[in-house]
Design a binder for this molecule. Structure first.
Ligand SMILES: Nc1ncnc2c1ncn2[C@@H]1O[C@H](COP(=O)(O)OP(=O)(O)O)[C@@H](O)[C@H]1O
Ligand SMILES: [Mg+2]
Length: 600
């Protein structure tokens, strides 16, 4: 997905079928849609009356004196003119106001749908996504949907209807020549607009892509602000951002120039048609075959004809643009997560909390196997440890247990149930984790802890904070539990973040607990305190402790040593020391370091 934005050819035709996606949203509000249509017809009706009123006004005024044209008639005609003009605008405004609600609600629904969908995608997607670009794609997508709804429904059909009506009126009243000019120009205009807009789509897409790219660059750069500062690379970052901005600028320029070509061509077609109609009408008035009022009427209708036509061109152009913008969002919606619930997925029933990994074979990438047949079991309420070198696949085991990925071989059972047969939601609710790196929400400490159980009372949250030994730290903070932790929790130290994470997990109180290097960023003193806390909360829970630092796991019921994708050794601390293998080597190396006083 990293290169997802460039997967398709930029000159691929726009997918008009996207429009069908809008139908369900419209159907929900069929009442409002019908009312809007009625208002639309009323507005069109009013505007078709105007030229006739004008004609009668001009014809009655032509050579008229006070006696021949009664004040009442003049007054009536003027009033009718005003009323028709005003009702046209009024009905059009009412239409937009009433329909606005449909668009707003559809935009809300779609934004929410996309948000839920993105959260439903698997870890692999999230590891590869580009946050800045994604946010822009969604933003452009929802705006595009709003635009499409407004314009597709209320402009294409009614404007075509108006054009047909006007051509009909001209044909009926003034013969074939006017109607022919009208139809010919409409057809020419339509064909030209269609072709030119198709051609322009590539430029619209180019702008959308450049826009997402620059946004990706900006967000990524800002997220790494600390690194930028450590390496004083502000100027380098600015230049990289500017090079993205430069391609956006270039894309916008090409887009603008292509728009000029389109608009210029359309204007030329309209001008030629208008000139020939005015010329024709002028000649006919001089010949006496039509009146001055007819001349005005023809002129009025002509103006009125080319307004919707111009509008149609605009709408068509914008619709194509919107469709190009929406594409990204629908591509996103079409993505399917790699891990999905089975059709007959049941709820996981945890009674004892036994977990077993059976012959797990797994690789992120076919060229490199991470786990090659790993089997081990955790009895109810046991504390089991997995140790191994960094990169040996310990965290991968946890990701498999959470079912972020499915293993290529073997299976994982919880109380005898294959985790592939239960819902992901029930599985993840049953397991609590203190991860290797804890990232926090930009909110207070209190709310970050409450995240473990959003419905928990303040008292329960405070209790969890106490159990995680966070209270002493919080007591020193001027704002106490209301202290804001900054984006991703960066205003706390690694150890403090980890304790927030422990408090969260305590609040969640799941039957199975996982600690993935949970004390790795703590000094020995805090580590002992945390270990005591972990000991307390894991009473009666099955727990999986993953550690590089062996002092964390000496008291485990069983220790598994992961090496080269396999379980190389297993046993209790004493057993493993006595067999003088990998574990014993690792232990003595760490003991020496400890004696030498170097921090572990
Ligand atoms: N999403 C991923 N895609 C590809 N490789 C990965 C991914 N996640 C981890 N790895 C690789 O898998 C190996 C095991 O990672 P991990 O389980 O995190 O190791 P550790 O034992 O240190 O916790 C590492 O070499 C890592 O680079
Ligand atoms: Mg790890």
């Amino acid at each position: 997905m990293r290169h997802g934005n460039f997967e398709h050819e930029t000159d691929a035709p726009v997918n008009w079928r996207i429009i069908w996606h809008l139908i369900p949203y419209l159907r929900q509000y069929s009442g409002r849609v019908a009312l809007t249509f009625a208002l639309l017809l009323a507005a069109k009706g009013a505007i078709l009356v105007v030229p006739f009123v004008m004609k009668y006004l001009v014809d009655s005024l032509d050579g008229a004196t006070a006696e021949s044209l009664a004040t009442g008639v003049l007054f009536g005609l003027v009033l009718a003119y005003g009323a028709a003009r005003f009702s046209n605008v009024l009905f059009a405004e009412l239409r937009d106001t009433i329909f606005g609600r449909v668009t707003e609600q559809a935009m809300r629904q779609i934004a929410l749908e996309v948000f839920r969908h993105v959260h439903s995608l698997d870890l692999e997607y999230h590891l590869n996504r580009r946050t800045g670009g994604l946010a822009r794609d969604i933003e452009r997508g929802t705006t595009g949907i709003g635009f499409l709804m407004r314009f597709f429904v209320f402009n294409i059909a009614p404007n075509l209807f108006e054009i047909l009506m006007v051509s009909g009126i001209l044909l009926f009243n003034y013969g074939a020549s006017f109607a022919l000019i009208t139809l010919a120009s409409v057809i020419l205009y339509g064909l030209f607009s269609f072709r030119a807009t198709e051609w322009r789509t590539q430029f619209v897409r180019e702008v959308a892509e450049a826009d997402s790219m620059s946004s990706t660059r900006a967000v990524d750069s800002l997220l790494n602000f600390e690194t930028v500062k450590y390496f004083t690379n502000e100027e380098f970052e600015a230049q990289r951002y500017d090079s993205e901005l430069a391609s956006l600028e270039g894309a916008r320029r090409r887009n603008r120039l292509s728009l000029f070509g389109l608009n210029g061509g359309q204007a030329l077609i309209i001008a030629v048609a208008q000139t020939s109609m005015i010329g024709l009408a002028g000649w006919q008035v001089r010949d006496g075959s039509i009146t001055l009022g007819d001349f005005i009427l023809i002129n009025q209708f002509m103006l009125q004809l080319f307004i919707p036509l111009g509008f149609l061109g605009f709408v068509f152009r914008e619709m194509k643009g919107s469709l190009a913008n929406i594409e990204k969002m629908f591509e996103l919606l079409a993505l399917r997560p790699g891990v999905v619930d089975a059709a007959d997925a049941r709820e996981l029933q945890v009674s004892r909390g036994e977990v077993s990994f059976e012959g797990i074979g797994f690789s992120y990438n076919p060229q490199r196997a991470i786990l090659k047949g790993v089997s081990f079991a955790m009895g109810a309420g046991e504390k089991v440890a997995v140790v191994g070198d960094s990169g040996s696949g310990k965290s991968t085991l946890v990701k498999l247990l959470f079912r972020f990925y499915d293993p290529q071989a073997g299976r994982i059972l919880i109380d005898g149930q294959d985790i592939r047969g239960v819902s992901q939601r029930s599985l993840r609710r049953a397991i609590g984790i203190v991860p290797q790196d804890t990232v926090l929400f930009n909110d207070s400490i209190l709310e970050n802890v409450r995240y473990g159980d959003p419905g928990a009372s303040d008292a329960r949250v405070m209790e969890a904070i106490r159990l995680a030994h966070l209270d002493a730290f919080i007591a020193n903070l001027p704002d106490g539990v209301e202290t804001l932790v900054g984006e991703r929790g960066l205003k706390l130290s690694g150890g403090e973040r980890q304790r927030v994470s422990i408090a969260r997990t305590i609040l969640k109180r799941p039957p199975i607990l996982v600690f993935d290097e949970a004390t790795s960023s703590l000094d020995s003193k805090s580590e002992r305190a945390i270990l005591a806390a972990l000991e307390e909360i894991s009473q009666g829970h099955t727990s999986l402790v993953i550690a590089h630092r062996l002092s964390t796991v000496v008291d485990a019921d069983r220790i598994f040593v992961l090496h080269n994708g396999e379980i190389a050794e297993s046993g209790t601390h004493e057993e493993l020391l006595s067999c003088a293998g990998l574990y014993a080597q690792l232990w003595s190396a760490q003991q020496k370091q400890r004696e030498a006083g170097s921090p572990l």
